[in-house]
Ligand binder design. Sequence first.
Ligand SMILES: O=C(O)CCC(=O)C(=O)O
Ligand SMILES: [Fe+2]
Length: 251
Amino acid sequence: MTAAAKITPTSLTRDLIDHAVTSIDAADRFSDPYPHIFFRDFFPNAFYAELIRSLPSEGYNKINSERTRMAVRLYGDNVDKIDGSVREMWSAVSAMLTSPEVESATRRQLREGLEMRARGDKVAGPDQLRMVAKPVLYRDTDGYQIKPHPDTRNKVVTMQLYCPADEGQRNLGTTLYKASLKGLLHLGSYGLEPVKTLPFLPNVGYAFVVLKAYHSLTRMSWHGRPTVKTTSDRPRISILNTFYVNENVGF
Ligand SMILES: O=C(O)CCC(=O)C(=O)O
Ligand SMILES: [Fe+2]
């Protein structure tokens, strides 16, 4: 075996962490409609290409009654159930997404939102907010949709990594909304106005702090996804890396 032939899991994880931190550090930061970041080039390029060809074939759970969203948990013992041939890759992804380094980079970039969250939660500051990462792989198919919602208060930060093979699914990203008079006048919009739809491009991601009415009435973290149109050979693949308030909550 040549020296380069086999990368040990720990050095792979190390590479993934370094790459992800660089990506998050270079994120675009936005305050509107609420604090969020958008970052690119999250996984090393060659690794990303192999990862999306190595999706687990089993172990999916049904997330909605329509069965248009199926999910595989990527944390803790769940990783041991992933097909042996691809387990090492997903195990490294899991270790990276739950690493203290990725958490710290996310905290640095979302500081404004975490300060709002800390005030509403009546804790001294962002450092008093715990963040426990529970990454999950999602497979969404034709007809998948999720109505605008701010996310449950059990989530502190929502991060989603888009995993398409090419730019053909660009229009399938998440829509961010804000409460507005225009939205109020528009029937069936819950008083919400769409502000932007993030581009569903290869190897990009976004993250925001979950903000409810008691954090800020005007900057609640409203987001959703209008009905997805896609073909059965091109599901909408993403990784949701949710940071929860503690390890006892979440999917
Ligand atoms: O898939 C998306 O674009 C958003 C998903 C979401 O908001 C959720 O699962 O809470
Ligand atoms: Fe959500």
